[in-house]
Design a protein around this ligand. Structure first.
Ligand code: GDP
Length: 302
């Protein structure tokens, strides 16, 4: 039903990883092979630290295992990339409890509202009773947009007036979900405020209301990151991780960019698992992240 990871990786595969396959397609490993590999990994937005670490590990392996053919290096590269994508954090969104509360955070334009709409649809299809809270009260348009996504996904949206206190609307949302027997609540949050106002402070307040109102909530704090912004997104991400304890990432717009390598930097440098990828603008354009499929998809021949 959902667009596959494979399809959404077409650009990344054609632009960069396809070239890695070419470079490592045949022949022996030379110094040039290493240089090309390093440059291509950085180009794919794997990030400099992660690229360096990967190349070091691969050089050691080549030495230790006596690899000399480029194809052997390609196989080793796939294994090492796959190994980066490990996380033992349980996906609490899918845990069993009366009410699961999920805060969704990220800067404006990252695809937060769209992703909440897709998630609402996805989990409603899976039989969950989903409700949304319009916690980005700073922009009137954000409230309206969330309502539109609520209609598309056919789930209720708890909202108040622009300018209202996001902590208060969060509290109302939790109360409404409980009273009406909803079991999965997604809270949209602001991605920007007046310059003088501290966004992180406001998000912490919303976080605090979740904590006080429901046992162990928020059960997930999903950080929406925009793949085309590449390494810049990681800097913002660190702030969100610190302030509101982000637990996982939704990586959007993977269909429109060659920068799929960011996934590796998110795991290794941010220490967060990627839970979903955005694969287009439609309601079904969301895929649960699968590390095996992802790595295979990057290297598959077109
Ligand atoms: P927000 O400001 O973070 O709430 O961002 P929006 O949800 O309004 O999305 C910003 C823009 O990105 C919109 O034009 C969306 O259609 C687009 N968008 C969101 N997710 C994806 C995706 O996975 N792929 C593509 N191609 N576009 C996306």
């Amino acid at each position: 039903m959902f667009k596959s990871i494979r399809e959404s990786l077409t650009r990344t595969r054609q632009a960069v990883f396809g070239q890695i396959v070419n470079v490592l397609g045949m022949g022996e490993i030379t110094e040039e092979t290493w240089e090309d590999l390093e440059a291509l990994l950085v180009q794919a937005d794997v990030g400099v630290p992660t690229t360096m670490a990967l190349v070091d590990t691969l050089r050691e392996r080549v030495e230790r295992e006596g690899l000399f053919r480029a194809e052997q290096l390609l196989a080793a590269l796939k294994e090492e990339l796959r190994a980066i994508l490990n996380s033992d954090a349980p996906f609490e969104l899918e845990g069993k409890r009366l009410l699961t509360v999920v805060m969704v955070v990220g800067v404006n334009g990252s695809g937060k509202t769209t992703s909440i709409g897709k998630l609402a649809y996805h989990y409603k299809q899976k039989g969950r009773k989903v409700m949304l809270v319009a916690g980005d009260t700073f922009r009137a348009a954000a409230i309206d947009q969330l309502k539109i996504w609520g209609q598309r996904a056919d789930v209720p949206v708890i909202a108040s007036q622009p300018g209202a206190d996001p902590a208060a609307i969060t509290y109302d949302g939790i109360r409404a979900a409980r009273a009406r027997g909803y079991d999965l609540l997604f809270i949209d949050t602001a991605g920007r405020l007046h310059t003088k106002y501290n966004l992180m402070k406001e998000l912490e307040k919303v976080y605090g209301v979740c904590r006080k109102s429901v046992h162990n909530a928020p059960h997930e704090v999903l950080l929406v990151l925009d793949a085309p912004t590449g390494q810049n997104a990681l800097v913002q991400a660190a702030k969100f991780k610190e302030s509101v304890h982000a637990t996982g990432v939704v990586l959007t717009k993977l269909d429109s960019t060659a920068k799929g390598g960011m996934v590796f930097a998110i795991y290794r440098e941010l220490g967060l698992p990627v839970r979903f990828i955005g694969t287009g603008e439609g309601i079904q354009d969301l895929a649960p992240f699968d590390p095996d499929q992802f790595v295979e998809g990057l290297f598959e021949r077109n």
